[in-house]
Design a protein around this ligand. Structure first.
Ligand code: IPE
Ligand code: MG
Length: 229
């Protein structure tokens, strides 16, 4: 979800104004995905590197997060959406973590769609922790290094219980991954749009999905192999 700051600047407003308006896009895209039958939606809300932004902006984002979670839990329940997070929850302010944990608990029985917020998340952080955890299992004798495979690595990441993304959408005209799901995006389709996140609406989501539907996912195979099933 990129472009909140620029969206605000274009109107001569403070960056936080853009973040506030981005919440409406989150609402609409979450509902839009659930309606379409998307089972997992991951939103990259705050990266490890975002902690280096000015304190004022970081604080405003955390306050916005707490307020939004508190306000939206009812809607998540109504829409049968389960909430989860990936990232370093321990870095979040106490009130923020408490609010999140409550919402995660409250929505834990919902099964129409899982909404995963990437918060204080970066893929390198996740990979480093996974390597440490695997190394500990090897050291304790529980795991033979020869048995380390893709599945063990996938399952050790914080995304372990979720399938890898089919489609990655980045808004605001930037063409970067920015430390997002580096391992998990290995065979995802990428879609880039110039639309800034606060302007991103259902119609833009549908356009991304229509574009995705035209792609041929070969996973390294030839077109002939794929079309012959
Ligand atoms: C995305 O918008 C939201 C967060 C990273 C929290 P930005 O804040 O990155 O907006 P731009 O890129 O400065 O326009
Ligand atoms: Mg940005």
């Amino acid at each position: 979800m990129d472009g909140n700051g620029r969206w605000a600047k274009q109107q001569g407003k403070y960056r936080i104004f853009g973040h506030q308006h981005g919440v409406q896009s989150v609402r609409e895209i979450t509902e839009g995905c659930a309606e379409l039958g998307v089972e997992y939606l991951t939103l990259y809300a705050f990266s490890t590197e975002n902690w280096n932004r000015p304190k004022l902006e970081v604080n405003a984002l955390m306050t916005l997060l707490v307020k939004t979670i508190r306000k939206e839990t009812k809607t998540l329940m109504k829409n049968n959406i389960r909430l989860d997070t990936i990232g370093d929850r321990d870095q979040l302010p106490d009130d923020c973590r408490a609010e999140l944990e409550e919402a995660i608990e409250t929505t834990s029985g919902n099964n129409r769609m899982t909404l995963i917020l990437a918060l204080s998340y970066s893929s390198k952080w996740d990979i480093v922790n996974a390597v440490k955890s695997i190394a500990r299992r090897v050291k304790s004798g529980e795991l033979d290094p020869e048995n380390i495979d893709e599945h063990i690595i996938s399952n050790t990441l914080t995304t372990g219980k979720y399938p890898h993304p089919d489609l990655m959408i980045r808004t605001s005209g930037e063409h970067r991954i920015s430390n997002f799901l580096l391992w998990e995006l290995a065979y995802s389709e990428f879609y880039f749009t110039n639309v800034l996140w606060p302007d991103f609406r259902r119609e833009h989501l549908y356009e991304a999905i229509r574009e995705y539907q035209k792609r041929e996912r070969r996973f390294g195979k030839t077109s002939e192999q794929v079309s012959n099933g």
